[in-house]
Ligand binder design. Sequence first.
Ligand code: C2O
Ligand code: CU
Ligand code: CU
Length: 536
Amino acid sequence: MARGAAQATTPARTGIDMNRTIDIGRRRLMGAAGAAGLVTLFGRGNALAAEAHAAMPPTEATPGFRPDIEMDLDAVAGEINVLPGNATRVWRFTGRVTQGDPHALSFLDGSRHIPVIRARQGQKLRINFTNQLPEDSIVHWHGLHIVQRMDGHPMYAVGSGRKYVYEFVVDNRAGTHWFHPHPHERTGLQVYFGLAGLFLVSDDEEDAARLPRDELDLPLVIQDRRFNAANQLVYLAPGMMQRMMGFQGDRVLVNGAADYTRAVKRTAYRLRVLNASNSTLYSLRWSNGRPLTLIGTDGGLLERPMTRASLTLGIGERADVWVDFADGQPGDETALVAESYSPSLENITNLQTGAAPVAGGRPIARFRVASGATRRSALPQRLSSFPPLRIEDAVNRSRPRTVQLSMQRGQAMLNGRAFGRMDEVADDEKVKLGTTEVWEFANDASFGMRMAHPMHVHNLQFRVLERSRPAQPGAVQQALGAGLTDEGLKDVILVMPGERVKVLMKFEHYTGIYLYHCHILEHEDLGMMRNYLVQA
Ligand code: C2O
Ligand code: CU
Ligand code: CU
């Protein structure tokens, strides 16, 4: 690793030099718009009480809220073993179930620092979050449809030693969601140093599809990291360049392990792949050249399976993949091969040192067939159904709400604006509860840096209506374009340079302030993020 190219930044150090004010979030919350979502809870006549209530982080359990599952979740400093030699200092989640199914919280294999929360649709959860980091934090449940106050907006960040009691009903359909910190300007750092987990929702429809389950249901969390000679994580170099380009590691970890290898039975598996990297895009394929069988995307199962020669996964995107090892002979090995791409679409695969390259990619997860009987299982041809979101229902079908993405002179912006006050919402960022709208993410600014931006919207899943391809995409862009997953219900969509992508979304159930942003975490931290307000 080039000396001086990146500065070693340990959590402890950054905790000292970048500790921030604890109360900004709460003070800003006093703004009228910040309390808007709570007016419905308290009734219009009592807006003041609602405002006072919104201004306080929920630090105690609500009497009368009876959770099916209750757990403690702490963000703490710790150490894990990733590479041979020194342990690596990280920030991580720890926790325990205090009520209900003890399996509702577990930790992934490998270095065992990646938590997995499992819940069923309809369950009530109470999660007692304690921030034991030396700086503000808050947890966002990426993909969950949830009231404003439980969504983990940065305005709710709590200081070191503080608690935040989350209480919510899981109303999503079955799907692979995740959670990560979301404090203002510190999301990239906190995720990078180890704070991210899965939030898996199950439901009756998913059960009926009879997919591989329990030990045959394997989450694969992909994250790239850079280590110094002492095995410590290295994050951003000083200056703007890496923030603009997005930070890339030179090793690709799966479930926190540098050499993820797993013995598999001679049967079918469900792999739930999450790209939880800060900035890197992946193109995934099987080492044996077989196509990938995609059964689900961000918001859960597709209606029916589909195949892809390769899968492109933007930051925050999930892919549910079905794979059958029934024909394998004991000892056979199949690997999931990944090519890593910077969102500026320069091929950076050569920077990866994890393993020998396979035609430009690296095996990041190896599956070795164990001996034992073969168990055949058929891939269901019908997986799920979801109500069609129809363009006819959009209130603005002929005038999409356009979000122009741009990067210039150290600024990453949406419609020429960066994230401002915690509760700032422009007039063109207000939508009406219960309506369906077309939004168009436009990555065709005629100025500034050309980069792919994975755009994410909080609180809902959308359908992709249309993707306009640029006239002359480069070779890398073409290859990645072939593996995109625009199907099913999405909450992150990769918008390539020169493209415009139209999505259809419905603002259901909850009024309040939610975020939409680029999920390149360095861009999010630079302010490529805005609020939108759902009004009654
Ligand atoms: Cu996964 Cu606003 O984030
Ligand atoms: Cu989110
Ligand atoms: Cu971006």
